[in-house]
Design a protein around this ligand. Structure first.
Ligand SMILES: Cc1ncc(COP(=O)(O)O)c(C=O)c1O
Length: 427
């Protein structure tokens, strides 16, 4: 339960940080990170997080002391600057007299927001002109059905390379709409590997080859992508949990889809990047909301889109560009992941990561304790230190640290220090 105390509206109106500004990078709101000025609403959660207990590893504060380091797999932590920017614009978006949540999706204000979000995403990922960018609803799970419905007939065959639970879910959903063929599955090895591409037996008649670029639960990530050796050459990727975490050559793919709630925004919007020549062949029974043609022709405005989520994604895209683009973002992610994997591998077996080293995810780091009976305590003690959501997925157990773009280096440093202290106590 949360108790929420809000200030009177007059406070919002008087608050200088809520003055509008059209320029993201030069907005004075970013300088006003002080919790007293920037937080007109105070929210207290009665969670397990204690603000009073301290520990040697809590000495690193690279973000506001009233925020935790959130290692959740998604919805996940967002850049603090983006949250503050959204806060400053929530009440009156850039002087238009209303919030983004109140705007017509057909008005000029929202049109400018969605166009800018698309344009910034195109810049970030260097998306070629022959691709449509769609902002849709229904999560990546809906794309498990939308992909086969748009790309093939019920009689067509398709190939799936299954490297974790999400790939498995994707193929099970696709079975309803076409003839699926799992060309490789890592299930027998508990989803810890990615096969060598040369040895894969692809069906030359398949309409597409589907992969999950980063398996969020198992922490397995493709470092390179297979070539689809089928008659169309179409490779489809679920990039939900590593979208915009590194540069990607979009031209290698027919379709890329990603739920936003890990790296680029709140839950509620799913981004689909689809090559334009693949649009327009949906099965006749395809629900209108799953038809790429409808959304592409209507610039993602066929019906009411998730306006606020799109706006938030737009702020994240601007922020990533400000950081220097995805090459820079990738370097930061590599740095954070190395720190954590090195700590695990250097623990003399106290901590273990089951994933084969060459395919370990930069985003989701699963690990177990040699003394598995201590895992509950690890998660509880970490939460006391304001490091939350470290419990592994219920299907695999252990721990998982999701260290998406927005997780500061300081968060990983603090976790590593905590892990060393924990080991020293319990070894
Ligand atoms: C890789 C991957 N694919 C698909 C999904 C399902 O996404 P959604 O919950 O947005 O439907 C998830 C969710 O965590 C995921 O991590």
């Amino acid at each position: 339960m949360s108790s929420i105390t809000s200030s009177p509206n007059s406070l919002f109106l008087k608050n200088p940080i809520l003055k509008t500004n059209n320029n993201f990078t030069q907005s004075p709101t970013f300088k006003l990170a002080s919790p007293t000025k920037a937080r007109p609403v105070s929210i207290t959660c009665s969670s397990s997080v204690s603000q009073t207990q301290t520990h040697p590893s809590t000495q690193i504060h690279a973000q506001q002391p009233d925020r935790v380091f959130n290692f959740a797999a998604g919805p996940a932590t967002l850049p603090e600057k983006v949250l503050l920017k959204a806060q400053s614009e929530l009440y009156n978006w850039r002087g238009c007299g209303m919030s983004v949540t109140e705007m017509s999706h057909r008005g000029k204000e929202f049109k400018s927001i969605i166009e800018k979000a698309e344009s910034d995403l195109r810049t970030l990922l260097n998306i070629p002109g022959e691709y449509s960018v769609l902002f849709l609803q229904g999560g990546a799970t809906t794309q498990f059905a939308a992909v086969p419905l748009n790309l093939c007939t019920p009689d067509d065959s398709v190939d799936y390379l299954v490297t974790g639970s999400w790939g498995d879910k994707a193929v099970k959903e696709a079975q309803k709409y076409c003839k699926t063929n799992v060309i490789w599955s890592g299930k027998a090895e508990k989803y810890t590997k990615i096969p060598a591409f040369e040895g894969l037996e692809q069906n030359p008649d398949a309409k597409y080859l589907h992969i999950c670029a980063n398996e969020t639960i198992h922490g397995v990530e493709f470092k390179d992508y297979p070539t689809a050796k089928n008659k169309t050459g179409i490779l489809v990727a679920d990039m939900s949990s590593n979208f915009c975490s590194k540069p990607v050559d979009v031209s290698k793919f027919g379709v890329i889809y990603a739920g936003a709630q890990k790296n680029v925004g709140p839950s509620g919007v799913t981004i689909v990047i689809v090559r334009k020549d693949l649009i327009g062949n949906a099965q006749t029974t395809t629900p209108i909301m799953l038809d790429y043609k409808i959304h592409s022709e209507n610039n993602s405005l066929y019906n009411t889109p998730p306006c606020y989520c799109i706006y938030m994604c737009g702020l994240v895209f601007e922020y990533l560009l400000e950081l220097g683009g995805l090459k820079e973002v990738e370097k930061m992610n590599e740095n954070k992941a190395k720190l954590l994997y090195d700590a695990i591998d250097g623990s003399n077996g106290f901590y273990r990561c089951p994933v084969e080293k060459s395919v370990r995810s930069l985003m989701n780091v699963p690990f177990t304790l040699e003394k598995s009976e201590l895992e509950g305590e690890f998660v509880k003690e970490a939460a006391k230190e304001n490091m939350v959501q470290l419990k592994g997925h219920r299907s695999v157990g252990g721990m998982r640290a999701s260290i998406y773009n927005a997780m500061p280096l300081a968060g990983v440093e603090k976790l590593v220090l905590f892990m060393k202290d924990f080991q020293a106590k319990h070894a």
